[in-house]
Design a protein around this ligand. Structure first.
Ligand code: G1P
Length: 302
């Protein structure tokens, strides 16, 4: 059922412990690890802003205040760069603060992604909202989130982004069983399994870290018991919305998937993070000229 309520808010869970990046993530939030000179969390906020989401709520925890500082004004740095007449530097440090109106809420304990999203309930209120996970980001040339918001306006309910992967990768993700609609890149989600055991996945379509949720998800999350890993899973709450007979039409139920075939950069584990950094270096106008020949030469020495 169509729901033309505008989507204006993004929720970015950033309360994870970052254990895959220790010791780097011991004293620095893993979200601040840079792709060359830009923290990954900034790239995620840029993606939200590019989709028109100018109200961003970050779900953090103790030890993550560097994220708040990054999106805040840095007056000492601004004074120093102004004194030097460094306009480019000035623009670069102001950019994160100009992307969106930032808000923060803390998750008191690592109780899972579903619990982190529930921490956003008060800020979000009774509106549809986007969720962007910080472990990956989408190339700005492939506007996935915009497409998901469009799809939600036509179908209502909640929307997940899906990508097809090799069967041996499925158990690292949430996985969806899907049914076609009349549209090439839109499907109905009929089942969702968080990190299925090998052989038990309903398909090779995995949930990547972009969602547009109906606010009905909050009520469901409050009733969702801990699932995979003893954590409250967003996947489980979305399964309830996808399958439960919630009674009246327009009650926020129903889940659709947008099939994404574009460029996604994973920064959630070491190898993919490294691939992302190298790829960006090879594509950046200010670096590629020197970096690419050096990389070629280096590879020849191996
Ligand atoms: C989370 C979700 C999972 C999703 C994944 C995408 O898992 O629970 O369903 O597929 O993000 O990155 P996590 O990577 O936080 O364990």
């Amino acid at each position: 059922m169509a729901d033309t309520t505008a989507v204006t808010k993004a929720v970015i869970p950033a309360a994870g412990l970052g254990t895959r990046f220790l010791p780097a993530a011991k004293a620095i939030p893993k979200e601040m690890l840079p792709v060359i000179d830009t923290p990954t969390i900034q790239l995620v906020v840029e993606e939200a802003a590019a989709a028109g989401l100018r109200d961003v709520l970050m779900v953090t925890r103790r030890g993550k205040s560097a994220i708040e500082d990054h999106f805040d004004t840095a007056s000492e740095l601004e004074d120093a760069l102004t004194a030097k007449g460094d306009d480019d530097g000035l623009a670069r440090i102001r950019e994160p603060g100009n992307l969106a109106k930032m808000h923060y809420v803390r998750q008191d304990a690592p109780k899972g992604l579903g619990h982190a999203v529930l921490c956003a309930a008060e800020h979000v209120g009774n509106e549809p909202f986007a969720v962007l996970l910080g472990d990956d980001f989408i190339d700005r040339r492939d506007p996935l989130l915009r497409r998901m918001i469009d799809v939600r306006q036509r179908y209502g309910g909640s929307i997940v982004a899906l990508m097809e992967v090799e069967p041996d990768q499925v158990s690292a993700y949430g996985c969806a069983a899907i049914k076609p609609t009349g549209e090439d890149d839109v499907v109905v989600v009929t089942d969702l399994v968080e990190k299925p055991d090998p052989g038990e996945a309903p398909s090779n379509w995995i949930v990547i870290g972009r969602y547009v949720c109906d606010p009905a998800v909050f009520g469901v999350l409050r009733e969702t018991p801990p699932g995979r890993g003893g954590e409250i899973q967003l996947t489980d709450a979305l399964l309830t919305l996808a399958t439960a007979d919630l009674g009246v039409a327009g009650d926020g139920g129903g889940v659709h998937g947008v099939l994404f075939r574009g460029r996604r950069y994973d920064t959630g584990n070491k190898l993919d993070y490294l691939r992302t950094v190298i790829q960006f270096a090879c594509e950046r106008a200010d670096l590629a000229g020197e970096f690419v020949p050096w990389l070629r030469g280096y590879l020849d020495t191996l």
